[in-house]
Design a protein around this ligand. Structure first.
Ligand SMILES: Cc1ncc(COP(=O)(O)O)c(C=O)c1O
Length: 396
C-alpha cells in the first residue's frame, strides 16, 4: 500500500503528558498506587449550578445547532465579562464560541499563519502553540522564560527575534507549565513592541482566575493600542472545572472573528447547544464557587512550595497562578547522571510519582519537572513524602 499519511503529520508528535498518564494508568491496572502530578485537570466536580443549567437546557429541548459563532446569549455574557473584569471594550460581535480553547487556538492560528510565517512562542510552553504552527508549515520561534527572571519574558530578546516574517507572538498568563504571572510592566513593554513592529498577540488567559496571594492578572488587550491586535483566548475548563464540557472562546476584532468563523464552521459547526447554556450560567450566576476552589488550590500550593524547598536537590520559583509548580531538579540530575526525562521515568517506575519532564514543554525545560497540584491534599502529602524519599536516596 502507498503511504497515505500526509507529510504534515510527521511534523508533530503525541502529547508527552498523555504518555506519562497512560503509563501511570497501566501501572495502576497492575495494582500499583500512583500519585498523579502529571495532568493539568482540575480535580473538583463542576459546580452544581452549572450542571443544573445544562440539565434544564436539555429538558427545554435545546438540542439543535446554534449559530456558528455561538449562542447570542453566551456571546453577550462573555463580552460583558470582558468589559467588567478584563477592561476590554468588546461586544458580542467580537466573540466566537469554540469547542474548548484547544479548538479556538487551532482556528485562530490557522486563520493567521501562512507557510513560512514566524510566530514567537514561549519556551517552555503548552505544546499546542508549537505543534499547530508546525502543522501549518509556519515557524514557531522560541523565546525563553527563565527561572532567574521569574519567568517574565525578556523584552530585548523578543525585539531581537522579530523579523520581517514575524506575524504574531503567543503569551500565556498565568502560565502553564511555570505557574508564573506576567507583570503589568512586562505586558506594557510587550504592547509597545507589538504596536511598533505591527504584530498580533495571542493571549492565552485560560488560568486567569487561578491566582494566589493577591497576584494581579492583566489582559494585554486592555493596554493602549492592543485591542485591535490581540486575540484573547479563554475558556471554561480550568476556572469552572469543566474540562470535559469542551467550551472555550476567542475574543478579537470583528474582522478576524468573521474569518475564523469560516474555519470553525467547517471544523465543528458550533459548540454543543446545552453546554453553551451552561456557559451562560457559569458566568452569570457564579457566587463563591470559583473562589472556594482557588482557596483549596492555594492551600495545596503553599504546602508544596514549603515542602519542595526542604527536599534535597529540589527547588522552585513561587507559582503565582495556574496549578503548576516547575520544579528545578538540576542538582539531582547532576548527581544522578539522569536528564529530566530519565528522572521523571525513574520516579514513576520506582516511586509511583507521575511528573512531567520539563522538556515536554520545550528544550529550555531540561533540568525541570512540572508538578500539577490539581490533586487532593492527601495525595499531595503522600506524593511529596515519596518525592523526598527518592531525592534523599538520589542525593546520597
Ligand atoms: C495554556 C493552555 N491553554 C489551553 C488549554 C486547553 O484548554 P481547553 O480545555 O479549553 O481546550 C490548556 C489545557 O491544558 C492550557 O494549559
Amino acid at each position: 500500500m502507498r503511504d497515505f499519511i500526509s507529510s504534515k503529520m510527521s511534523t508533530i508528535g503525541l502529547s508527552g503528558i498523555r504518555k506519562v498518564n497512560e503509563k501511570a494508568l497501566a501501572m495502576e491496572r497492575e495494582g500499583k498506587t500512583v500519585i498523579h502530578f502529571e495532568i493539568g485537570r482540575p480535580d473538583f466536580d463542576t459546580p452544581e449550578y452549572i450542571k443544573k443549567a445544562a440539565k434544564e437546557s436539555l429538558d427545554r429541548g435545546e438540542v439543535f445547532y446554534t449559530s456558528n459563532l455561538g449562542d447570542m446569549g453566551l456571546r453577550k455574557q462573555i463580552a460583558e465579562k470582558l468589559n467588567k473584569e478584563n477592561h476590554i471594550p468588546y461586544t458580542a460581535e467580537n466573540i466566537l464560541v469554540a469547542v474548548g480553547l484547544s479548538e479556538a487556538v487551532f482556528d485562530a492560528l490557522m486563520t493567521i499563519l501562512d507557510p513560512g510565517d514566524e510566530i514567537l512562542v514561549p519556551d517552555p510552553v503548552w505544546m499546542n502553540y508549537v505543534n499547530v504552527p508546525k502543522l501549518l508549515g509556519a515557524v514557531p520561534v522560541p523565546y525563553l522564560l527563565k527561572e532567574e527572571n521569574d519567568y517574565q519574558m525578556d523584552l530585548d530578546e523578543i525585539r531581537s527575534k522579530i523579523t520581517d516574517k514575524t506575524k504574531a507572538l503567543v503569551m500565556v498568563t498565568p502560565n502553564n507549565p511555570t505557574g508564573s504571572v506576567l507583570s503589568r510592566e512586562t505586558l506594557e513593554g510587550l504592547a509597545k513592541i507589538a504596536v511598533e513592529k505591527d504584530i498580533l498577540v495571542f493571549a492565552d488567559e485560560v488560568y486567569e482566575r487561578l491566582l494566589y496571594h493577591g497576584a494581579e492578572h492583566v489582559s494585554i488587550a486592555s493596554l493602549p493600542g492592543m485591542v485591535d491586535r490581540t486575540f484573547t483566548l479563554n475558556g471554561f475548563s480550568k476556572a469552572y472545572s469543566m474540562t470535559g464540557w469542551r467550551l472555550g472562546y476567542i475574543a478579537a476584532p470583528a474582522e478576524f472573528i468573521k474569518e475564523i468563523n469560516k474555519l470553525h464552521q467547517n471544523a465543528v459547526t458550533c459548540a454543543p447547544s446545552f453546554v453553551q447554556k451552561a456557559g451562560i450560567a457559569a458566568l452569570r450566576d457564579e457566587k463563591d464557587e470559583v473562589r472556594e476552589m482557588v482557596k483549596e488550590y492555594e492551600r495545596r500550593r503553599d504546602y508544596i512550595v514549603k515542602t519542595i524547598e526542604e527536599i534535597p536537590g529540589l527547588s522552585s520559583a513561587d507559582p503565582k497562578g495556574a496549578f503548576y509548580l516547575f520544579i528545578n531538579c538540576r542538582e539531582i540530575c547532576a548527581k544522578s547522571g539522569m536528564n529530566s526525562q530519565q528522572l521523571a521515568e525513574y520516579l514513576l517506575d520506582k516511586y509511583g510519582i507521575a511528573l512531567v519532564a520539563g522538556t515536554v514543554f520545550g528544550d529550555s525545560g531540561e533540568g525541570y519537572m512540572r508538578m500539577s497540584f490539581a490533586n487532593s491534599y492527601e495525595n499531595i502529602v503522600e506524593g511529596c513524602r515519596r518525592l523526598r524519599e527518592a531525592a534523599v536516596e538520589l542525593m546520597k
